[in-house]
Design a protein around this ligand. Structure first.
Ligand SMILES: CC(C)(COP(=O)(O)OP(=O)(O)OC[C@H]1O[C@@H](n2cnc3c(N)ncnc32)[C@H](O)[C@@H]1OP(=O)(O)O)[C@@H](O)C(=O)NCCC(=O)NCCSC(=O)C[C@H](O)C(=O)O
Ligand SMILES: [Mg+2]
Length: 287
């Protein structure tokens, strides 16, 4: 995956829900997670596995990043899921409840043994206390691991915490996982917002996630896409400022510090501005 593959909006859908699989072909999402885990009842798992593989193979999802979330290590479905997902060759296989660097190694071996193509990376879900405490080791465990995905429902459950506006009970965990992803140089996606009818609450959480540094948000409903796409794209003002910073820097050629709109600009601000423009260009290229 290139450094700036946009992942602003990554929508989960139960792979047992044919209507949802069909609808996703038309939705303005950056990525899809065809779910085989929590959203699929045990009896429906074998057919959901086939549907997810067929969806990936269909070639009908355009430029969207396609992923399959398998059932976790140690479950009765895991090995068959891994085999089917590897052979389908999505952009990534998402694995829930990854708890250690050793598990990342085990997953990468299993994917390679099952014939996963080189373009199929691993996305590890961080959703348990032990994963938070081992986040750096997990994030650095393999070149094939490209994204951490927060599982905030499981995390809240495991902590005996509560879902509250502002997410104070899980902020330390979110920050720890962010630190790990950034230290490892990989992407990280924020968790889902369960109250699908509460758009204001959802937008506030998107804003918070973007300010913290997340690359995008995992979603559960089409009504959440527009807000996530807007929140995780550089705003018009951010793009204008980035261009202004680069112009001011070039105009001051050779000096180690200049100003833009009265604010100090040093090399590090130029790097951030360049990154903002590259993200903006990658998003613009999607349209
Ligand atoms: C949450 C839902 C069960 C709500 O479903 P529903 O009441 O049917 O919603 P609507 O009637 O408002 O739906 C309107 C239309 O949109 C389609 N739809 C709904 N959701 C999706 C979706 N996720 N993908 C694609 N399309 C979707 C409906 O079919 C309607 O279509 P139409 O009739 O043509 O207008 C439901 O949204 C849902 O199932 N969401 C996904 C749930 C899921 O995948 N959960 C597992 C992942 S979350 C998680 O586990 C994270 C992590 O592990 C953690 O621990 O936090
Ligand atoms: Mg979970």
């Amino acid at each position: 995956m290139s450094e700036f593959t946009p992942l602003r909006s990554v929508l989960y859908m139960p792979s047992s829900n044919e209507k949802a699989l069909e609808k996703a072909k038309t939705l303005p999402i950056d990525g899809v997670i065809f779910d085989l885990e929590d959203a699929v009842a045990p009896d429906a798992k074998p057919s959901a596995r086939e549907s997810a593989a067929a969806a990936v193979a269909s070639g009908e999802y355009g430029r969207r990043t396609l992923t399959i979330r398998v059932n976790g290590i140690g479950t009765q479905w895991h090995d068959d899921d891994i085999r089917a997902a590897a052979q389908a060759g999505p952009n990534a296989v998402v694995v829930p409840k990854v708890n250690s660097a050793a598990e990342v190694g085990q997953l990468v071996d299993a994917l390679e043994k099952a014939g996963a193509p080189d373009h199929t990376t691993l996305w590890a879900m961080i959703e348990t206390p032990v994963a938070i405490l081992d986040a750096l080791a997990i994030a650095r465990a393999s070149q094939r691991l490209s994204v951490l995905v927060m599982g905030t429902n499981d995390l809240v459950k495991e902590l005996y915490a509560e879902h509250v506006p502002g997410r104070a009970p899980i902020l330390p965990s979110l920050h720890t996982a962010l630190l790990a992803a950034r230290a490892a140089g990989i992407a990280i996606l924020d968790g889902v917002y369960n109250d699908v009818k509460n758009i204001d609450g959802f937008l506030a959480e998107c804003e918070q996630g973007r300010q913290m540094g997340f690359d995008g948000k995992t979603l559960i409903h089409p009504g959440q896409i527009e807000g996530a796409n807007a929140a995780f794209a550089p705003s018009e003002q951010a793009v204008a400022d980035a261009r202004g910073i680069l112009e001011a820097w070039e105009a001051g050629a050779g000096s180690g510090v200049v100003t833009y709109n009265g604010r100090m600009v040093e090399n590090l601000h130029v790097e951030s501005a360049t990154r903002t423009l590259r993200i903006h260009e990658a998003i613009t290229a999607l349209q």
